[in-house]
Design a protein around this ligand. Structure first.
Ligand code: FEO
Length: 171
């Protein structure tokens, strides 16, 4: 069993991770519509990652005998005025998610829930990577995408990203 507040926060985080997947899929749709299939691929893979984050939390709740409660997922309502905008919105979003994870961590610390702290360690590290990836995308865009040839090459690089399942092992 887990503490009631922790369970509530983790259930909310499942929703946030699924929303993240929805948001990134929406960005993938935007790039597909613009003919940038590499950027589309990158965000499609990112959406898969978010789905896996949600499933890890679901599994953690189930492993601890807690009910998983699904709530409606908001529709992404972003409109993008240029190719760079989804990249900056993605970074903003990841910073927001980092904050959410930190808040669950703080709550777990507050009640000495060491099991949840250990579980969240993976997410703390993952958020560092998520923010760095988002920052790298912006930097690459600024460096290389200032003409159509550079954009084409960057799009090809983004095409190479493949989904890798998370390495977190839970018993
Ligand atoms: Fe699940 Fe991008 O954080």
């Amino acid at each position: 069993m887990l503490n009631e507040k922790i369970t509530k926060l983790l259930n909310e985080q499942i929703n946030k991770e699924l929303y993240s997947g929805y948001l990134y899929l929406d960005m993938a749709n935007y790039y597909a519509d613009q003919g940038l299939n590499g950027f589309e691929n990158w965000f499609y893979v990112q959406a898969q990652e978010e789905q896996s984050h949600a499933m890890l939390i679901r599994q953690y709740l189930l492993n601890n005998g807690e009910a998983v409660v699904f709530t409606p997922i908001d529709a992404p309502d972003e409109k993008y005025s240029d190719f760079k905008e989804p990249l900056t919105k993605a970074l903003e979003h990841e910073r927001y998610v980092t904050d959410l994870i930190n808040k669950i961590y703080e709550a777990a610390e507050g009640i000495k829930d060491y099991r949840t702290i250990k579980f969240l360690d993976w997410f703390i590290q993952e958020q560092g990577e998520e923010e760095k990836n988002a920052e790298d995308n912006i930097r690459k865009y600024e460096l290389f995408a200032n003409d159509s040839k550079g954009l084409y090459l960057l799009d090809n690089e983004m095409k190479a990203r493949v989904y890798v399942a998370p390495s977190l092992v839970m018993d």
